[in-house]
Write a protein that binds this ligand. Structure first.
Ligand code: NOJ
Ligand code: CA
Length: 543
């Protein structure tokens, strides 16, 4: 057993030879705050920094180590804040820079670290650079984006990830590149002014005490210099991009940017970078977290795997191998603001919830860091958002053919009141409607319920803190039929097994060890074995 103080080194400090030499981010549980939907402090129906600040004690009570806040910057509003118009400011809807500093101070007092989101691949079309580039094709700002001369056809076959061609026309007939929405023009990272400005932005926030950044589209930034056609088209069903998209992603030059950013972080001990790297090949993803690049890159394999022991085992094994090769911890992800909620992905209803509980135990047992998306600790399902309320450009640009991501971005239910406590009573309607029956998921209810999803997460996080074999050490993964076992061994030799029954019949697991935690009360212990009904998981401390 260990105490929280033993588990992580304070920012920058190290005590060689003891557990305290582990930098905090290697084993941290990071809670992802979708700022707009977390808590509304001023009653306008939009989550904000004051609201988040007021809920920090909840995150401390839950037992996470850090939070990552989705973009808080002034934005054109075309893609949930991922279209930034001013990188060194706070959107007035969310507060101001002083609010962010106060949030960081409060978080620090509670022992929580704060990561911001940073978006280097593209700006908003409202950004002063793009506006200047539109006004004058010969301006220095025009060189910071990808423009092509007026012609009948776009320069190549590149597609926007949100649908349609990746090229749109300016009012004077030129083409400009946007791998996401037209309101998100891609930056030209071969112009040194772009790199310089981003370093200023990093320092601006690091000087305000933040602990690092989640880096959006970290596999982007550079494109094929010859603008050659991509050999294939984008498929949202793949694990990530591969050779079919070789001209738009994963250009070798991008790694030098992360080396530069790493050296900036090194000036601020204890800070870190975690990259969003949506590439199909785990070995390519891991290259982004070599020792002189970002500290972590997300492992999205489990987020994109169906409920199957083989698929999960393959996701875990391939990540442990790939990240092990570069000496980086794996950053496990089961949910985020871009994917359907786990409960729904895993089948919905009681089955979906049972599986989401079991999956959480598996993720939280694994060595490395784990990212928990706000609301997953409540077992929220994907919300059914009426078409007229939807905001996601994926939905809007596909004419409704693709559902988009609004259903996982609905405000958090905090209590039993009609507005579920997201805003103060009598406030404006929330920016996305909350389903009528969602008070049943409220934090206030689940906190009192020993069998709730929230209680399960809280217990799991406390045990992860206390047992050296959970969340750090070494893991091996095996399957027997549809039963998945992750065997976690601490440096002191102690072992915890996480066994997940992903099949349709009861699984008997031989063990005389202690059941530390089970995902369901239906898990039964007898003298020499544990019976796991379908869709359940257990943590066993083996003797
Ligand atoms: C990835 C972000 O997670 C997503 O929400 C956003 O739409 C794209 N990057 C574009 O910035
Ligand atoms: Ca607000």
């Amino acid at each position: 057993m260990r105490s929280p103080a033993q588990r992580h080194a304070p920012a920058g400090a190290a005590a060689p030879g003891t557990r305290t030499d582990i930098p905090w981010w290697r084993t941290a549980v990071v809670y992802q705050v979708y700022l707009r939907s977390f808590a509304d402090g001023n009653g306008d129906g939009i989550g904000d920094l004051a609201g988040l600040r007021s809920r920090l004690p909840y995150l401390s009570w839950l037992g996470v180590d850090a939070l990552w806040i989705n973009p808080h910057y002034p934005s054109g509003g075309a893609d949930g804040g991922y279209d930034i118009s001013d990188y060194r400011a706070v959107d007035p809807e969310y507060g101001d820079v002083a609010d962010l500093e106060a949030l960081v101070a409060d978080a620090r007092a509670l022992g929580l670290r704060v990561l911001l989101d940073i978006v280097p691949n593209h700006t908003s079309d409202q950004h002063p650079w793009f506006q200047a580039a539109l006004a004058d094709p010969d301006s220095p700002e025009a060189g910071r984006y990808h423009f092509a001369p007026a012609s009948e056809e776009p320069p190549n076959n590149w597609q926007s990830l949100f649908g349609g061609p990746a090229w749109s026309r300016t009012p004077d007939g030129r083409w400009y590149l946007h791998l996401f929405a037209p309101e998100q023009p891609d930056l030209n990272w071969r112009d040194p002014a772009v790199a310089e400005d981003f370093e200023r932005t990093l320092r601006f926030w690091l000087d305000r005490g933040v602990d690092g950044f989640r880096v959006d589209v970290a596999y982007g930034l550079f494109k094929d210099p010859g603008l050659r056609d991509n050999p294939g088209s984008y498929s949202p069903t793949l694990f990530g991009h591969g050779p079919e998209q070789a001209m738009t992603w994963n250009q070798p030059e991008v790694h030098d940017v992360w080396r530069r950013w790493r050296s900036v972080c090194d000036e601020y001990p204890g800070t870190m970078l975690v990259g969003e790297v949506c590439l199909a090949d785990p070995e390519q993803v891991a290259l982004y977290s070599r020792p002189d690049e970002m500290h972590q890159s997300f492992c999205f394999r489990l987020l994109k795997s169906g409920w199957s022991a083989e698929a999960f085992a393959d996701g875990v094994r391939s990540a442990l191998d790939a990240f092990g090769t570069v000496g980086a911890p794996v950053s496990w992800v089961l949910g985020n603001h871009d994917k359907d909620r786990q409960v729904t992905r895993f089948g919905g209803g009681e089955v979906g919830e049972a599986r989401a509980r079991a999956a959480a135990l598996m993720m939280l047992s694994l060595p490395g860091s784990a990212y928990v998306y706000a609301g997953d600790e409540l077992g929220l399902p994907q919300a059914d958002v009426p078409a007229e309320a939807r905001r996601d450009p994926i939905f809007l640009r596909s004419g409704g053919a693709r559902a988009g991501r609004d259903g996982c971005r609905v405000p958090m239910p905090w209590n039993d009141s009609p507005g579920v406590g997201f805003s103060a009573a009598g406030a404006e309607q929330p920016w996305l409607p909350v389903p009528g029956e969602w008070n049943r998921f409220a934090v206030s209810r689940q906190a009192r319920d020993g069998g709730s999803v929230l209680t399960l997460y809280r217990r799991a996080l406390a045990l992860r803190e206390a047992h050296a074999a959970l969340g750090s050490g070494r893991a091996t993964v095996s399957t027997r039929g549809n039963v998945l076992t992750v065997r976690c061994t601490a440096d002191d030799g102690s072992v915890v097994r996480c066994v997940v029954n992903m099949g349709s019949g009861t699984a008997l697991v031989r063990s005389r060890g202690t059941v530390l935690l089970s995902s369901s009360t239906a898990v039964r212990r007898s003298a020499a074995s544990v019976a796991l009904p379908p869709d359940t998981a257990v943590w066993l401390a083996d003797r």
